[in-house]
Design a protein around this ligand. Structure first.
Ligand SMILES: Nc1ncnc2c1ncn2[C@@H]1O[C@H](COP(=O)(O)OP(=O)(O)OP(=O)(O)O)[C@@H](O)[C@H]1O
Ligand SMILES: [Mg+2]
Length: 354
């Protein structure tokens, strides 16, 4: 069985590896700044940009340059030796999909190539072909219904909130509550570290006006020590459930999931409510499964709700892609070089459903 290169370029982080591995071999910021990439691009002065915005490539040139970087500098494999699977967002632009296929076959000479939706892959990562999925990354959040391995397009909700907004919420709290100001990009990076280390999801919405039950401290690189209390720990992730309270014109993830499920076939709904899968880095908070279950149960009190939050969910799309590309049927499922030569770029729309 051939090995497959698994590439998940996200709005915030790129995860790459080989399908025979359990986890990505490398994770780095999807950022570019002149000739610098990843963390280096953010550290270097001047203007950096993320190669994707809310799940979509910012332009052709950047896509081309970034994939070149991945192949030349990050992967230790020769692209023409490996089939490739890449993740994509729902409703990816047609011309970008075509361009990507052209690049893969003509520039990198890959033997076969497949594009798969992140939400479908997140369901697969939990071993499900039919499920309701909450996929939340750096830039966007999706609530989707996956049926027999395919996403039902009119049952996909895209929420314009993501981990970057949670970072902003935490930063605002630290300024307001503790008077700590984060001015530079590298200081913003510290906010992310604080979030990943200390933030959780509370089991229910609370007022955060009581005295802290537990406090921790965190030392910034410049020696400042900041106190992390309950408001820092629990409030930022409230943004997922009550974005309006943070100034976003968006439903909460629980409402969005319930709406998707309630618009699906009636016979399917009980299964979907019992098979809600969380994925993406912005669902890595502990307690998210319990809270989501509580909130959804409150919306539909007569139905049994079960939420699954797999341990490695921050890599769920990558893991799902590694699993899919390890199936014995994958090579047949993917676009092959010979098919591409015959059909051209349009092949992608026939083979990879989006
Ligand atoms: N333990 C953790 N707790 C909270 N957040 C976390 C944790 N670990 C990672 N994250 C967050 O996950 C985010 C990245 O998620 P992910 O890699 O799924 O996004 P992405 O794929 O780049 O974005 P998108 O899918 O929206 O295009 C980061 O902002 C990071 O801070
Ligand atoms: Mg992602």
């Amino acid at each position: 069985m051939d090995q497959v290169a698994v590439i998940d370029v996200g709005s915030g982080f790129t995860k790459i590896g080989i399908n025979s591995e359990q986890l990505p071999l490398k994770t780095f910021e999807s950022a570019v700044n002149g000739h610098a990439y990843g963390r280096e691009a953010l550290k270097k002065g001047g203007v950096h940009k993320y190669v994707m915005e809310k799940g979509y490539w910012i332009n052709f040139d950047t896509m081309n340059k970034y994939l070149d970087h991945i192949y030349k500098d990050e992967f230790v494999v020769r692209p023409d030796d490996y089939g490739v699977i890449m993740t994509e967002s729902p409703s990816s632009q047609k011309n970008y999909r075509e361009k990507l296929v052209k690049l893969m076959f003509e520039q990198y000479d890959v033997p076969y190539f497949y594009l798969a939706r992140q939400d479908v892959l997140t369901a697969l990562s939990a071993g499900k072909l039919t499920a309701a999925v909450l996929e939340s990354g750096y830039g966007v959040t999706l609530a989707s219904v996956i049926y027999e391995g395919y996403a039902i397009n009119n049952l996909t909700h895209k929420l314009e909130i993501g981990a970057a907004d949670v970072d902003d919420a935490l930063m605002k709290i630290l300024i307001e509550e503790r008077g700590v100001v984060f001015a530079t990009d590298s200081e913003r990076y510290q906010v992310r570290l604080i979030k990943e280390k200390f933030c959780n999801v509370a089991s229910q919405q609370s007022a955060f006006d009581s005295t802290d039950v537990t406090t921790d401290t965190f030392e910034l690189p410049d020696g400042r020590v900041i106190t992390i209390g309950d408001v820092e720990k629990y409030k930022p992730s409230e943004l997922l459930f009550y974005p309006r309270e943070f100034g976003f014109n968006s439903d909460g993830v629980h409402e969005s999931l319930a709406q998707c499920i309630n618009r699906s076939d009636e016979e399917l709904r009980p299964w979907l409510y019992k098979n809600i899968i969380c994925g993406g880095g912005n669902t890595a908070f502990s307690g998210i499964d319990t809270r989501l279950q509580n909130e959804i149960s409150e919306l539909s009190s007569t139905i049994t709700v079960h939420v699954e939050a797999p341990v490695s969910r921050k890599y769920s799309a990558w893991i799902g892609a590694a699993m899919l590309s390890s199936l014995s049927t994958f090579e047949k499922m993917a676009m092959r070089r010979s098919q591409y030569d015959e059909v051209g770029e349009q092949l992608v729309h026939r083979v990879c459903f989006n």
